[in-house]
Design a protein around this ligand. Structure first.
Ligand SMILES: O=C(O)CCC(=O)C(=O)O
Ligand SMILES: [Fe+2]
Length: 350
């Protein structure tokens, strides 16, 4: 399908600028670009990534999303993620809370496990709708492979800057090992000028997120600022951010920043909103904790923040399942369920 055109992001709405990082330069070991990536990862934890080389796969992923969401509701529900804390599969509109009051979310999405995309035509973690299966080999597998490679290249840069022994972060993200890494396509019905959150304020659960957006709506709460600010989508650029796992490994040196999604601004609010994310997460058995014994820099950072707890005592798999499970409205008992779904942002000790 040709890439559709969209009404532009309004000129008169303030946006927060992000550093644009050139992936080709990062791969080539360009010192200046590496320093800029480090600045982006440590100050806000968000940046644009250009020349990432996945544009064709991104377009195919959006087609897969459109084909999947067009299936009858009963068909999609056969692949529903369930209430046990497993993220892979389909999530219907309104199945999750967006805040402590238990307000329903307004998005539907399909999550495809990295492990299934790589194992295809075998099944590793679960089954998917026919529209997903039809594009596993042609689109989803190359999207996941290329995105995982970008993930480990960026983690190697952070590894070096953090003074960790070579390969310390990337060995925790071995592509061959089962993890919660997944590709997600989200569809949001037109907002029609409505105010309010489509996806509540959160930090991402995992290591890095690679977001391919076409419409606005994503906002960040910049440290020290009092108001949320839009991040403007730029065609062909991914929006990347650091998640909780890497923030914890680094003793807080890398930043997992709060963000949320509100209605697309201006005339964009009359359209359906589609977004694609590749979320990377450490392998299932990896313990989420600051790597103080591997890097004096991380040990110093942790010592400087005695009020914070970087020892979660949780494996990557448990951390992830806890967050997914406690967002589900089916599991809700009260505001405490929402609180139990949170990450590094509200844990009073982190
Ligand atoms: O759709 C977006 O712009 C962001 C989505 C997001 O933050 C998430 O799914 O974690
Ligand atoms: Fe997010």
């Amino acid at each position: 399908m040709p890439v559709p055109t969209f009404p532009p992001f309004p000129e008169d709405i303030p946006t927060h600028p992000l550093l644009v990082i050139d992936y080709e330069l990062i791969k080539a070991g360009d010192k200046n670009e590496i320093n800029r990536l480090w600045e982006a990862g440590t100050k806000l934890g968000f940046w644009y990534l250009k020349n990432h080389g996945v544009t064709e796969e991104v377009n195919g992923m959006f087609d897969m999303g459109a084909e999947t969401m067009a299936l009858p509701f009963e068909e999609k529900m056969k692949f529903e993620q369930g209430d046990s804390g497993i993220s892979f599969g389909y999530k219907a509109l309104g199945a999750n809370a967006v805040d402590a009051s238990g307000k329903k979310d307004s998005v539907e999405f399909i999550n495809v496990a990295k492990d299934d995309a790589l194992a295809w035509p075998k099944q590793a973690r679960r089954a998917y709708p026919s529209t997903v299966n039809a594009r596993m080999a042609s689109t989803i597998n190359p999207f996941v492979r290329k995105s995982s490679e970008i993930n480990n290249t960026i983690l190697d840069v952070f590894n070096d800057k953090l003074g960790l022994p070579a390969g310390s972060l990337s060995k925790r993200h071995d592509i061959e090992e089962y993890s919660g890494s997944e590709a997600r396509i989200t569809r949001t019905p037109p907002s029609l000028g409505e105010k309010g959150q489509l996806l509540g304020s959160h930090t991402d659960f995992g290591s890095l997120s690679f977001l391919h957006n076409r419409l606005g709506g994503l906002q960040v709460l910049v440290p020290g600022a009092e108001t949320w600010q839009y991040i403007k989508p730029i065609p062909g650029h991914a929006i990347c951010n650091v998640g909780d796992a890497v923030a914890l490994f680094s003793g807080g040196i890398l930043r997992s920043n709060l963000h949320r999604v509100v209605a697309p601004p201006g005339t964009q609010s009359d359209l359906e909103r589609w977004s694609l994310v590749f979320f990377t997460r450490p392998s299932n058995p990896v313990i989420l904790r600051a790597l103080v014994d591997e890097s004096p820099l991380i040990a110093k950072a942790v010592a400087r923040s005695p009020e914070k707890n970087f020892e979660t005592g949780s494996t990557s798999q448990e951390w992830f399942a806890r967050r997914i499970r406690n967002q589900r409205l089916n599991n809700r008992k009260g505001p405490e369920t929402w609180l139990a779904s949170r990450g590094t942002e509200v844990n009073p000790e982190v």
